[in-house]
Design a protein around this ligand. Structure first.
Ligand SMILES: [Zn+2]
Ligand SMILES: [Zn+2]
Length: 124
């Protein structure tokens, strides 16, 4: 499995929830990670000290949420080794020699099966 750079993910978190998104480079579909609620969401820090603590907690939980989102996106997205774009399962083909995105397959006249169609019951 290819490693997905966390910096590829768009941050769409709010003050109370952490959420990240990624756009398929081929079809443009936007994927969103499952939103994770900030443990202190809606709580107003009662003191300046608590505010600092809440801010730090927020950053820490956001980092964790980002890691989780990167894991999630690895299951929904694929890195094309030819054009180096991130594409969704509907735009990525499993070919004989090299798996690639549909645009590259068209260009190179390769044939394969869509990931989305052969993931059921498949072993890694
Ligand atoms: Zn796509
Ligand atoms: Zn490609």
């Amino acid at each position: 499995m290819s490693q997905i750079g966390k910096d590829l993910l768009q941050d769409c978190s709010t003050q109370s929830e952490f959420c990240f998104s990624l756009r398929c480079a081929e079809c443009g579909e936007v994927w969103k990670s499952r939103a994770i609620r900030f443990s202190r969401a809606g709580v107003t820090p009662p003191s300046e000290g608590k505010r600092v603590i809440f801010d730090t907690l927020y950053k820490r939980e956001k980092d964790e949420a980002l890691l989780r989102a990167a894991e999630e996106v690895g299951k929904a997205f694929n890195h094309c080794p030819i054009c180096h774009r991130m594409v969704c399962d509907h735009c990525f083909l499993v070919c004989d020699e090299l798996d690639m995105c549909v645009a590259c397959a068209r260009h190179l006249q390769e044939h394969g099966e869509l990931v989305a169609e052969c993931t059921e019951g498949g072993t890694g």
